[in-house]
Design a protein around this ligand. Structure first.
Ligand code: URA
Length: 248
């Protein structure tokens, strides 16, 4: 635990004196509660906000969340000259980070970038079973028995898929929206699973990876992860939080 104004100053909100003034003015909240006492303490992973905006403490590593638009390939450089996801990142961070896992060129949604090798290794290793959640628009209306096949594990080239969560979210004109959660990440897996039960995917979006959710990001938008999000991701693969606490 550290004094709130010290954490705020480390996040670049302003000098300690300025931060104390913000606290006294009732502009600072910790985990949803406005704090006006100057002696208050908080942890770096608490949700600390100034005027409703989360503060962002520096971390050793870089973690970026992108809402990938369709039409970009997930690679650092493409020999065929197609647009890559790297082009969507701020130029000064592009050289430092790499994508965690892959989304197909025509898939949109949550893509994480980092230079934290240990986290990447665990998030992409099948033994950690980090769930990936997708929203898939498919042709037609899958029956309950078709969805049951996804839940029990459809047969794919290269071996049976592990059981997935599958729910019909809604159905409209000639297509339906499914929520599908996978615990493994094989090539074009959602598309192949849906094709295997007879309902080809028209649009595919990843909305979550473990505890990390895409939220309200617009297509092409990139944001740094907040400390609480980094801590939750690391915890999901049994890594301790990054420790930046300084004495006092
Ligand atoms: N499954 C797919 O079919 N494509 C993706 O991009 C991700 C999961």
């Amino acid at each position: 635990m550290q004094r709130l104004q010290k954490l705020m100053a480390r996040a670049g909100v302003g000098s300690r004196r300025k931060c104390e003034q913000f606290i006294r003015e009732g502009r600072v909240s910790v985990n949803g509660e406005v704090v006006t006492k100057l002696g208050a303490r908080a942890k770096p992973d608490d949700d600390i906000r100034v005027d409703g905006r989360p503060i962002s403490l520096p971390t050793d590593h870089v973690y970026l969340l992108l809402n990938k638009p369709p039409g970009y390939v997930t690679t650092r450089s493409d020999p065929h000259g197609r647009p890559t996801v790297m082009e969507l990142l701020p130029a000064k961070l592009r050289r430092r980070v790499y994508p965690v896992g892959r989304l197909d060129e025509d898939t949109s949604g949550l893509l994480l970038f980092t230079d934290d090798g240990e986290l990447t290794q665990r998030l992409t290793h099948p033994s950690y079973h980090v769930p990936r959640e997708y929203v898939a628009d498919v042709e037609g209306t899958p029956s309950e028995s078709a969805l049951r096949k996804l839940r029990s594990g459809v047969r794919l080239e290269g071996g049976r898929a592990q059981p997935a969560e599958a729910q019909l979210l809604h159905t409209g004109e000639g297509e339906s929206r499914l929520r599908i959660v996978l615990h493994e990440g094989r090539n074009r897996q959602v598309r192949r699973m849906c094709a295997a039960i007879g309902y080809p995917v028209r649009r595919l979006r990843r909305v979550a990876m473990g505890p990390l959710r895409l939220g309200e990001l617009s297509l092409g938008e990139v944001v740094p992860l907040r400390r609480a999000q980094i801590a939750a991701l690391r915890q999901a693969v049994m890594l301790p939080p990054e420790d930046h606490d300084q004495p006092g």
